[in-house]
Design a protein around this ligand. Structure first.
Ligand code: GDP
Ligand code: MN
Length: 361
């Protein structure tokens, strides 16, 4: 799980890495309300999970007079297609030098791979390609509880001792948080000392439970409902509801919808052995999404019986058009039941999807 910059910075701060003074705001008005002793100049940083955020317009310099207006403008922007819901407002630093430091898991050597360069701030991949000698590396078995002094010296080059301290603390964060990546770019020198001006922390998903982290996503009512029934469900933004069994078949249905120029409203995998009741719940759930105009049910009968599926669809009794593609166990019985009720059925997945896209238009 990738943490937001402000979450990563709060982890850094807890572990003794200096970070700039700042607050997270969710509206322009919160700037003055939350940022006590508002600095004369500050930086507004969109909290979005995209790389190259600065270049994409996600970082704005502001001062007391322009702050609220600039924040409003940034809230109105999308950064590489991602809307801005949170902004980290931070005191502007007078940067004298930018370094780069990162620690990542290297699967090949089963080590923590430490990268450091005195030429930070820039895109590290580009630097590593164009001037590989500028990026120094150290591989450390994670049984080591600190970076050994010789390795620290090698990595640092001419960088000052305080930078070495931050590197050691970053390694502690990396170990304690079961990180896949802990990165500071730029790690900066200022007249006030060194600071992590940016922060990136990716925690191994397998360690989330141990770390006591619950995914910080608010589930919608429908998502909770889906969880209750054991469906794999993801809400999207289109108008074609999708119900399939098996992640592969459901994803393939989504792909085809995109291919034929439609937009899916959701991903719903009813799972294996779906019976009449599960199918009914699935259809009602998807039909409850306000944007859904048409629903495609694409189910393969194995343990799941097509006649059960048909009864589930009929029992759901929803207002939207449903296009059905059924194949497998008890296919003939299922189709007969649906035909009696006037449901539209198509044998080929491509045709079924095309029909759904057509209805959605
Ligand atoms: P990224 O584009 O998402 O990596 O965003 P960063 O937080 O790394 O910021 C990008 C660049 O903006 C940095 O490399 C700095 O040059 C500049 N920047 C960020 N914060 C400050 C600050 O407080 N003061 C100054 N002068 N520059 C900053
Ligand atoms: Mn950065």
């Amino acid at each position: 799980m990738k943490l937001m910059e402000y979450e990563a910075k709060s982890v850094f701060a807890e572990n003794g890495i200096p970070v700039p003074r700042g607050v997270v705001i969710r509206s322009p008005a919160e700037l003055a309300a939350k940022f006590r002793d508002l600095p004369r100049e500050f930086v507004l940083k969109a909290q979005v999970e995209v790389g190259g955020r600065g270049k994409a317009g996600g970082i704005v310099m502001a001062d007391q007079a322009s702050g609220e207006r600039m924040a409003a403008e940034l809230f109105g922007r999308t950064i590489k297609g991602v809307p801005v819901h949170e902004i980290l407002a931070e005191e502007k630093l007078s940067i004298t030098h930018e370094y780069y430091a990162s620690i990542a898991i290297d699967r090949a050597t089963k080590c923590a791979l430490i990268l450091f360069t005195e030429e930070g701030g820039v895109d590290i991949e580009t630097l590593a390609r164009e001037r590989p000698e500028a990026v120094r590396k150290g591989a450390l078995p994670v049984l080591m509880n600190r970076i050994p002094p010789f390795m620290e010296r090698n990595l640092l080059g001419k960088a000052p001792r305080e930078i070495g301290l931050v590197l050691q603390k970053l390694y502690q964060v990396f170990l304690r948080k079961d990180a896949m990546l802990a990165e500071i770019n730029p790690l900066v020198s200022t007249p006030q000392g060194v600071f992590a001006a940016d922060a990136k922390l990716i925690i191994d998903d397998n360690a989330l439970k141990r770390q006591g982290i619950t995914q910080n996503r608010d589930l919608s009512e429908r998502e909770r409902e889906a969880e209750k029934h054991g469906f794999s469900y993801v809400e999207l933004s289109g108008s074609i509801g999708v119900i399939g069994n098996g992640a592969g078949l459901t994803m393939a249905t989504l792909d085809l919808i995109g291919f034929y120029g439609g937009k899916a409203a959701n991903f719903l995998d009813v799972g294996g052995g779906a019976d009449q009741e599960r199918v009914m719940h699935a259809v009602r759930l998807v039909a409850g999404v306000p944007t859904v105009k048409v629903i495609i049910v694409n189910l393969l009968g194995g343990i799941t019986r097509c006649d059960d599926v048909a009864r589930g669809i009929i029992e759901a009794g929803v207002r939207q058009t449903i296009i059905v593609r059924l194949a497998g166990t008890n296919e003939a019985e299922g189709k007969a039941l649906l035909a009696e009720q006037g449901y539209r059925m198509l044998d080929s997945m491509e045709e079924a999807v095309r029909a759904a896209v057509e209805v959605a238009k």
